[in-house]
Design a protein around this ligand. Structure first.
Ligand code: NAD
Ligand code: DAU
Length: 355
């Protein structure tokens, strides 16, 4: 049995679906169901007894301790987080609470549980913390990609909170011997990504004939990885990663934002034949830049490739086709996650902030 936190979010739900398609080991899924958590992501395993969903907060030590005592997980994979940079700029408090205080409490609870295990189970236990390349800050055009020993220099409240949680995880390894692992991954895309992030926002806005908002000049570079490749890397790190170590995860796929948006527009045109008059690119609208916007992220993935023999399966070309097709095929899912709270977010981020 493994305990997954944040398993109703984008990457967590993909991870659980992948896990149960390849393993018979059960999963307890602890998720607070914030705006970003949707049980509809897991509807295909609704009757699968190997998936136990529990609504709760990683910061609720009593509830988490009870779950661990009852289910005795051999590993915790911590996806739970507030994950959107723009939201962290408009309201950082939730990021501090979940990403820092929540991770701290989860570490405390895991440590207390781990101490009760027998020697063999203690040795085999793993706490895998899912983190981000954003902790390393921004690269210039010519700087080499982030390695695992790159300095931490986060820019946003989101990345600062993730950096903080990484330090806490390392401290629990170094000070208490908790068998931890950290992964720092680049930008993910794929099915079930909440339509506030670049790729799903562009797809859903284009289909709704709404503006495609490009921050600043659109030349910022992100390094894209298809979500199932992130999931396979996490399984590999859990299986063979050395405790106390960090593994960067990425697919060597650097692209400027504007190129991503052009690709999405071209694919939509190809797949839908629309829009009736003109081109989806006509919807591109340059808007006020994100404050503190990082210029470039790039992951040096040689450590995980060489030490753990991991490689991504998708290219950007195959991954983006699957993604656009998924959003076309799942417009009911999109409509169902675009609640009143989501509409309030669009109002505060795009209408009030970016004029
Ligand atoms: P997401 O926002 O889609 O999902 C986060 C999930 O965590 C949601 O289901 C939410 O309900 C849950 N959650 C939030 N606060 C919680 C709490 N206090 N207790 C329990 N559950 C809580 O995020 P995502 O994009 O799936 O990212 C998952 C993890 O991967 C995050 O830690 C993020 O920092 C990291 N990451 C994301 C990316 C990316 O490109 N999306 C890249 C690298 C790393
Ligand atoms: O690098 C990993 C990180 O990737 C994760 O840790 C975060 O959880 C995840 O949200 C993502 O962060 P980004 O800020 O890079 O992703 P986002 O999709 O918000 O933005 C991608 C780029 O597109 C960024 O340069 C900002 C730009 N952008 C974004 C939005 C939402 C726009 O130009 N317009 C937009 O409307």
């Amino acid at each position: 049995m493994i305990l997954v936190t944040g398993g109703a979010g984008f990457i967590g739900s993909n991870f659980i679906l992948d896990w149960l398609s390849q393993s018979n080991e059960s999963v307890i899924n602890l998720d607070k169901l914030t705006y970003a958590g949707n049980l509809q992501n897991l509807v295909t395993i609704a009757d699968d007894k190997r998936h136990i969903f529990v609504k709760g907060d990683i910061g609720d030590s009593g509830q988490v301790a009870r779950l661990m005592t009852e289910y005795q997980p051999r590993a915790i994979i911590n996806f739970a987080a507030e994950s959107h940079v723009d939201r962290s700029i408009l309201g950082p408090e939730a990021f501090i609470q979940t990403n820092i205080v929540g991770t701290f409490r989860l570490l405390e609870t895991a440590h207390a549980y781990w101490k009760t295990l027998n020697q063999a189970d203690k040795h085999d236990f793993r706490f895998l913390h899912v983190s981000t390349d954003e902790v390393y800050g921004s690269l210039t055009e010519r700087e080499p990609a982030f390695t695992e020993i790159h300095r931490y220099q986060p820019s946003s409240p989101y990345s600062a909170s993730k950096a903080s949680s990484d330090h806490l995880v390392n401290a629990y390894h170094r000070t208490f011997g908790l068998p931890t692992l950290i992964t720092n991954c680049s930008n993910n895309y794929g099915p079930y990504q909440f339509p506030e992030k670049l790729i799903p926002l562009m797809i859903t806005n284009a289909l709704a004939d709404k503006p495609l908002p490009i921050y600043g000049d659109g030349k910022q570079v992100r390094d894209w990885l298809y979500v199932s490749d992130h999931c396979s890397a996490l399984r590999r790190v859990l299986e063979a990663g050395k405790t106390g170590e960090t593994y960067n995860i990425g697919g060597w796929n650097e692209k400027p934002n504007i190129e991503i948006v052009h690709t999405v527009c071209a694919l939509l045109k190809e797949m839908t034949g629309g829009p009736a008059n003109g081109d989806y690119r006509d919807l591109i609208t340059y808007v006020k830049d994100r404050p503190g916007h990082d210029t470039r992220y790039a992951i040096d993935a040689r450590k995980i490739e060489h030490e753990l023999d991991w490689k991504p399966r998708e290219t950007f070309e195959t991954g983006i086709c699957k993604t656009v097709q998924w959003y076309l095929d799942n417009q009911d899912w999109v409509a169902s996650v675009q609640t009143g709270a989501y509409r309030d977010w669009i109002e505060s981020n795009y209408i009030q902030q970016r004029q």
